[in-house]
Design a protein. Structure first.
Length: 64
């Protein structure tokens, strides 16, 4: 996969949504909070952006 950057702007997501609960390591939460602080976005928005990027750029391999 090419070396790409996830660019986060200050625009907020608006639309239908559902609540999903996940466990994250404390150090990951700290990093997400730091990104949220730097960008003026919420932790939720940062997680949404990261998941969207990952889903759009995932490469699935067959390990057989």
């Amino acid at each position: 996969m090419p070396d790409k950057k996830l660019v986060i702007s200050s625009k907020k997501y608006r639309g239908d949504s559902s609540v999903v609960s996940v466990r994250l390591p404390n150090d990951m939460i700290e990093k997400l909070d730091a990104i949220a602080e730097q960008t003026g976005r919420t932790r939720n928005e940062i997680i949404q952006k990261c998941l969207t990027y990952s889903i759009e750029n995932i490469e699935i391999t067959d390990n057989k």
